[in-house]
Design a protein around this ligand. Structure first.
Ligand code: ACK
Length: 267
């Protein structure tokens, strides 16, 4: 289904043997590393697996199993989400919405028959619920972005991609030591400038995700380079209210982007 620099995700069929005469075949997603990956990437995937073992919430991706042996690659098997990532889902509907005049619910996110703005707000709520749950489990995500949220059956949003997550306890900030690529456009100032990650830095990223949702999957800070953005954020620069965003929602978004992490709302 997709491939990054180090890993790939494939769709697979899982045969579940309920009893001698009852087997079921279900769709699953299998996450794996490529052959040439380093110990660091292996550790990240293993840490994702360890965290997934502990979580159980409708708005967090569900672990189905793992294939692990010293001689074979590590495979992590998770529930299959038929609509893919929220980022690509939003962009797909943006295209359909603009260019097709279809009256089909599935192709029109802004019609009045139950999909549309209401669906977008549901995504916001699902993500907040999943994040509140992760917070209660002392998990800081550190890479919350629409590309890392999956949309499953009944358009339920599920938090995914725990590769960068770390198990932390309230009050403990995680300081990143390795130098990997950073999701700068989603990062809170304290994460960018002092590598501090807490639930409150996840709240900042949540504000960016709300902005992504309301703009149907646009890239945050359009037209601004990452280097420039790092200077601008220091000066207090923030994105403006998108045309499609209500004042109420933008109040929430703006409060997530408070410079002082303590003044941001909780999930
Ligand atoms: O945006 P997409 O269609 O949704 O493309 C990416 C791709 O794999 C690489 O991450 C898709 N993907 C990842 N995990 C799952 C999953 N559990 N169910 C369905 N699609 C998935 C993602």
């Amino acid at each position: 289904m997709g491939e990054g620099e180090f890993g790939k995700v494939v769709m697979a069929k899982l045969k579940v043997q309920h009893s001698k005469n009852h087997t079921e075949i279900i769709d699953v997603a299998v996450k794996m590393l490529k052959d040439c990956t380093s110990a660091g990437e292996y550790r990240d995937l293993l840490s994702e697996f360890n965290l997934l073992q502990q979580v159980n919430h409708e708005n967090v991706i569900r672990l189905i199993g793992v294939c692990r042996s010293p001689t074979a690659p590590l495979y992590i098997i998770v529930e299959f989400c038929k609509y893919g990532s929220l980022g690509s889902y939003l962009r797909k509907f943006r295209v359909n919405w603009r260019y097709s005049k279809s009256s089909d619910d599935d192709n029109n996110p802004d019609n009045s028959t139950g999909h549309g703005r209401c669906d977008l707000l549901k995504f916001c709520l699902h993500i907040a619920s999943g994040m509140q749950y992760l917070n209660s489990m002392h998990i800081v995500h550190r890479d919350l972005a629409a590309r890392n949220i999956l949309v499953g059956e009944n358009r339920i949003a599920k938090i995914s991609d725990f590769g960068l997550s770390r198990d932390v306890y309230e009050g403990d900030a995680y300081f990143k030591t390795s130098k990997g690529p950073l999701p700068v456009r989603w990062m809170a100032p304290e994460s960018l400038y002092s590598r501090t990650y807490t639930t409150m830095s996840d709240v900042w990223s949540y504000g960016i995700v709300l902005w992504e949702i309301i703009t149907m999957g646009s890239n945050p800070y359009p037209g601004i380079s990452c280097e420039k953005l790092m200077d601008l954020l220091k000066e207090g620069y923030r994105m403006k209210k998108p045309l499609s965003c209500s004042d109420e929602l933008f109040d929430v978004i703006s409060s997530c982007w408070n410079d002082d992490p303590r003044l941001r709302p909780s999930f």
